[in-house]
Ligand binder design. Structure first.
Ligand SMILES: Cc1ncc(COP(=O)(O)O)c(C=O)c1O
Length: 473
């Protein structure tokens, strides 16, 4: 780091303000503008969790009746003994009205924050179309994702090309298509952008503490605060159009102190750019993804409070986010078929199903998920509403008599959905499982390994309700 850059860094770090912070139970404030007292922040977060926890899922139950009807209709139409290859494949049910409910809930909890859906999470064309109809914008990671969104007739200004390390040819593609917003976190990227897309509107992605998130991203992306002065200096020297800051607190985040700290750090970057450089005032904050339905009340409360302290309404900064999982997870249900069984004894078996970790259940490997298999069809009867049909080892009851391991269809031993699970029914070949809430980071990373179909069929439900609800938004 150069001396002048170091001076700018220390000058900016010493700036403090004495406005409101979250307080602990005794009413003591959690510190000044950049310095946060960790114990106060913890007390504040505990309070947020205890008050929002009782309504952890502020959202209605999924449309179980609609999902069940779609599953039942498809399964009744399949005769496992006579069907052609492919007809008994696993398939999704996608509830389009769920998307509208989720969006309404987003607007209620985070009215200041414009969502840019992270296409990587699930690029299902109909899901993207409905999100676009509602006015949701998009976060794209590659040329293909940009092209897919533009093909929907979306204006390029509604896209953030949120990948800090891009191929030069992809930068040229973005430039040609008029996609202006993009992220960066290193000096070399700035030189590429100067060469291939000099009018791009840049968001400096900073690192976060995402050590407790389900999927960590800051191991790979994000500038350390110590490198921010050099990056600002490079933007200034190259006369690039820096417009703001972005971060991501990790996908499947659970400790929202990282969100609060990240907003504080972003404020520090905004102030440093203004106080120590001749850059125009920054006007855009991108708070990334990491939102989940079950903790959305809590994360929203922390985000609202963090914004209120560091970027209060009227401060001239537009706030956007890049949610993926929040929109996709509960919208899709997967149904899979038992294709083989190896009995170990009367109460124990290995079950083989027609989807696995190389297909739509790749989330077990790539996304650290533990999807819940539930019995859908057994002995000529549907059991969708028996939500207690399966149990993991720690939750097993005497009702769950049958111990199973569940395996995918490929020849790889790694293709295991669960090594130990307990069912209340003795499943056989031809029976069906379903996996609720399986829309996030599933179909987007499925492979054709071993020659199995890569793309599963999707049945859409509640399309009319969704259309009517969108019209009344
Ligand atoms: C840059 C970026 N934005 C947004 C997301 C979406 O995150 P989430 O699905 O946790 O909301 C991701 C996920 O990897 C990401 O890498």
């Amino acid at each position: 780091m150069s001396l002048s850059v170091e001076k700018k860094l220390s000058a900016a770090s010493s700036v403090t303000l004495v406005d409101e912070s979250p307080s602990n139970d005794k009413g003591e404030m959690c510190g000044s503008k950049y310095e946060i007292d960790d114990s106060c922040l913890r007390a504040y977060l505990d309070r947020v969790r205890s008050t929002t926890g009782v309504v952890a899922s502020p959202h209605h139950e999924p449309d179980h009746a609609g999902i069940f009807r779609a599953l039942e209709k498809r399964i009744i139409s399949i005769n496992e003994e006579t069907c052609s290859p492919g007809e008994e494949n696993s398939f999704f049910v996608c509830d389009l009205n769920e998307l509208v409910t989720l969006y309404k809930n987003w607007r209620k909890e985070l009215p200041r924050v414009t969502p840019h859906y992270a296409v990587k999470c699930n690029p299902n064309p109909k899901l993207l179309y409905y999100l676009a109809q509602m006015g949701v914008n998009f976060d794209c990671a590659s040329k293909m994702e940009i092209a897919q969104i533009l093909a929907l007739g979306i204006h390029p200004d509604r896209i953030v090309y949120a990948n800090p390390c891009k191929m030069s040819s992809y930068i040229r593609f973005a430039e040609k298509q008029g996609v202006l917003y993009t992220t960066f976190d290193n000096v070399e990227e700035l030189h590429k952008i100067k060469k291939f897309h000099p009018s791009a509107r840049l968001l400096l992605r900073i690192t976060t503490d995402d050590s407790t998130a389900q999927c960590q991203l800051s191991t790979k992306y994000g500038a350390a605060l110590s490198s921010v002065p050099e990056l600002l200096q490079t933007c200034q020297d190259l006369q690039l159009n820096l417009v703001g800051v972005s971060f991501h607190v990790g996908s499947g985040a659970s400790d929202f102190s990282s969100l609060y700290y990240a907003i504080r750090d972003a404020r520090w970057v905004f102030d440093l750019a203004e106080s120590s450089f001749t850059l125009p005032a920054l006007t855009l904050l991108d708070v990334g993804g990491g939102f989940q339905l079950h903790s959305f009340k809590e994360s929203s409360q922390v985000l609202r409070d963090g914004l209120e302290k560091f970027f209060p309404e009227g401060c001239g900064v537009r706030i956007i986010a890049e949610p993926g999982r929040y929109f996709a997870e509960s919208t899709l249900t997967l149904a899979t078929h038992v294709i083989a069984k190896r009995k170990v004894n009367d109460d124990e078996a290995m079950l083989y199903i027609n989807d696995g970790v190389y297909g739509n259940l790749n989330c077990i490997l790539f996304d650290h998920q533990n999807p819940t298999p539930r019995v859908l069809h057994h002995s000529d009867k549907f059991h969708y509403f028996d939500f207690d049909s399966s149990a993991p080892p720690h939750a097993v009851s005497k009702n769950h008599r049958y111990k199973v391991s569940i395996w995918g269809p490929t020849c790889d031993g790694l293709d295991c959905i669960t090594k130990e699970c307990y069912l209340n029914k003795d499943l056989v070949v031809g029976d069906w499982f379903y996996f609720p809430h399986l829309g996030a980071y599933t179909s987007s990373a499925a492979t054709p390994f071993n020659g199995f179909d890569q793309i599963a069929d999707t049945i859409y439900i509640n399309e009319e309700e969704a259309q009517a609800n969108i019209a009344s938004l």
